[in-house]
Design a binder for this molecule. Structure first.
Ligand SMILES: Cc1cc2nc3c(=O)[nH]c(=O)nc-3n(C[C@H](O)[C@H](O)[C@H](O)COP(=O)(O)OP(=O)(O)OC[C@H]3O[C@@H](n4cnc5c(N)ncnc54)[C@H](O)[C@@H]3O)c2cc1C
Length: 375
C-alpha cells in the first residue's frame, strides 16, 4: 500500500518507520526543513509511562482559570469562535469528572506501557543511542491534600503492576541524591587505636550512627609506624544494586606503594571486605557513579609526571582501566590534588582540584571540563 504521513514529528516518523517495516511504500510530508522541529523538539525528554495522566481531571477547570492569571502561565487560550475549538473545550470539560478521569488514565497507562516496550524494541533494533537514565520519576506534592488525592492514580498503577513508592520528604531527598542512605567513612581513633570506620545517616545527615570498622589489609598493618595516615581520606559511592564501593588514600613509608586501596560492602555497610591495593597510583580519591553506571575515580599524582588523573571502571569497581588512565591536567610540582567531579546534565564532567596554574604561581582552585568517550 502507498501511505502518505503528514508531519515528521515523533509520531509521524515512528509511524512511517513501522509502516515501511511492514512493507508499505511510505512518504513523509513535512512543512519544516527537518524532522522533529515542532512539538517534538526539545520537550522535557521524559519517558514516564506510569506518570501519564489525562489533562482533563477533577479540579482542572478551576486550576486552568488560576493558570490563566499567572505571570508565567502554563496555559494560554486565545478566545475565538472557532467551532472545533469550542467542541474540543466542551469535550475537555465533559472529561473532567472523577469517573471519566479514571477511565482515561487507565487507557493512557495501558497505551504508555505498550509504547515503552515498543520504544525499547526500537532502540535494540536500530541501536539508537541517546542520553538516558532509568531511575524513575520523582513526583512532588506540595500539600497533604494533593498527596491524599493521588489514590486514584496509584489504584491504576496497582491494577497494571506499575512499580511505585510513596516517599516522605527525607525519602524524596534520598531518591533524588542516591538510592538510599548517606554514608561517611573516615579514620578515627578509639582508645589510641587508629582505624577506619563507617558511619551512616538515615535522616539526611542530621544524625549519624557508627556502622562498622573497615578491616585493613595485613600488609598495610605491618608497616612499622602504621599511623592514622596509613589509610585515610576515603570516599564511598553506592552502585545501582546497592553495593558500596570505597577507595582510600594510602600513605605507606615507601611512597612507591601509594596505590589507592579499595573495599566493598554488599550489606548496606554493615560489613566490608579487607582493603586491597588497586592498580591506581595517586591520592586522595573521589568517586562518582556516572549515568551509564561506570565508576569514575579522580586523584592527584604527586610523583613525576605530576598531574590530576582519572580512571574508569565499567564493572562496578571490580577492575579499573588503568591502561587508559586519563590525564586531566599536568602539573609543575607535587603540590596538587584533592580533585572532585560532578557529571553535568549534558553528560560532560567537571573536575575541580588545586594546583598552580603556572610554574612559580601560588596554588589555586582550577577545573577541567571534559567529556568521556563512552565507546
Ligand atoms: C513543553 C512540552 C514538554 C513535553 N514534555 C514531554 C515529555 O517529557 N515526555 C513526553 O512523552 N512528551 C512530552 N511532551 C509531549 C510531546 O512532545 C508531544 O506529544 C509529541 O512531540 C507530539 O508529537 P507529534 O509528532 O504528534 O507532533 P509534532 O512534533 O508537533 O509533529 C507534527 C509535525 O507536523 C508538521 N505539520 C503540521 N501541519 C503540517 C502540514 N499542513 N503540512 C506538513 N507538515 C505539517 C509540523 O511541522 C510538525 O513537525 C511535551 C510537550 C511540550 C509542549
Amino acid at each position: 500500500m502507498k501511505v502518505l504521513v503528514l508531519g515528521a514529528g515523533v509520531i509521524g516518523v515512528s509511524a512511517a518507520y513501522e509502516l515501511a517495516g511492514a512493507g508499505h511504500e511510505v512518504a513523509v510530508l513535512e512543512r519544516q526543513p527537518g524532522a522533529g522541529l515542532e512539538t517534538s523538539f526539545a520537550n522535557a525528554g521524559e519517558v514516564s509511562p506510569g506518570y501519564s495522566a489525562p489533562w482533563a481531571g477533577p479540579g482542572v477547570p478551576l486550576k486552568a482559570i488560576k493558570w490563566l492569571a499567572m505571570h508565567h502561565r502554563p496555559l494560554v487560550i486565545r478566545p475565538n469562535l472557532d467551532w472545533s475549538m469550542i467542541r474540543w473545550s466542551l469535550a475537555m470539560l465533559r472529561n473532567c469528572t472523577a469517573a471519566r478521569y479514571r477511565i482515561n488514565k487507565t487507557r493512557m497507562v495501558r497505551l504508555a506501557e505498550y509504547s515503552r516496550d515498543v520504544l525499547r524494541d526500537l532502540r535494540d533494533e536500530t541501536g539508537i543511542a541517546y542520553d538516558q537514565r532509568t531511575q524513575g520519576t520523582l513526583q512532588l506534592f506540595r500539600t497533604q491534600k494533593q498527596l491524599d488525592g493521588v489514590t486514584e492514580d496509584t489504584a491504576v498503577l496497582d491494577a497494571y503492576r506499575v512499580p511505585y513508592e510513596v516517599l516522605d520528604p527525607t525519602g524524596c531527598i534520598d531518591a533524588a541524591v542516591t538510592s538510599g542512605q548517606r554514608y561517611d567513612m573516615g579514620p578515627i581513633t578509639f582508645e589510641q587505636t587508629p582505624k577506619l570506620g563507617v558511619e551512616e545517616s538515615r535522616d539526611d545527615g542530621r544524625s549519624w550512627q557508627y556502622l562498622a570498622d573497615i578491616p585493613v589489609a595485613e600488609e598495610d598493618q605491618r608497616e612499622s609506624d602504621w599511623r592514622i595516615r596509613m589509610e585515610d581520606e576515603p570516599h564511598v559511592v553506592e552502585l545501582k544494586d546497592g553495593k558500596l564501593v570505597a577507595m582510600i588514600r594510602a600513605d605507606p613509608r615507601d611512597h612507591t606503594q601509594s596505590f589507592l586501596r579499595q573495599t566493598e560492602s554488599t550489606d548496606g555497610g554493615k560489613t566490608w571486605s579487607v582493603t586491597h591495593k588497586t592498580s591506581i597510583y595517586g591520592y586522595p580519591p573521589h568517586l562518582i557513579r556516572l549515568r551509564n553506571d561506570w565508576l569514575l575515580v579522580v586523584y592527584g599524582v604527586r610523583r613525576e609526571p605530576f598531574g590530576e588523573r582519572a580512571c574508569l571502571s565499567k564493572d562496578g569497581g571490580k577492575t579499573w582501566d588503568i591502561d587508559h588512565e586519563i590525564t586531566l591536567r599536568t602539573a609543575f610540582s607535587s603540590d596538587l590534588g584533592y580533585p572532585s567531579s560532578v557529571q553535568l546534565d549534558d553528560g560532560s564532567i567537571l573536575t575541580v582540584y588545586y594546583q598552580s596554574a603556572q610554574p612559580g604561581d601560588k596554588t589555586s582552585l582550577l577545573s577541567t571540563h571534559w567529556k568521556l568517550n563512552e565507546k
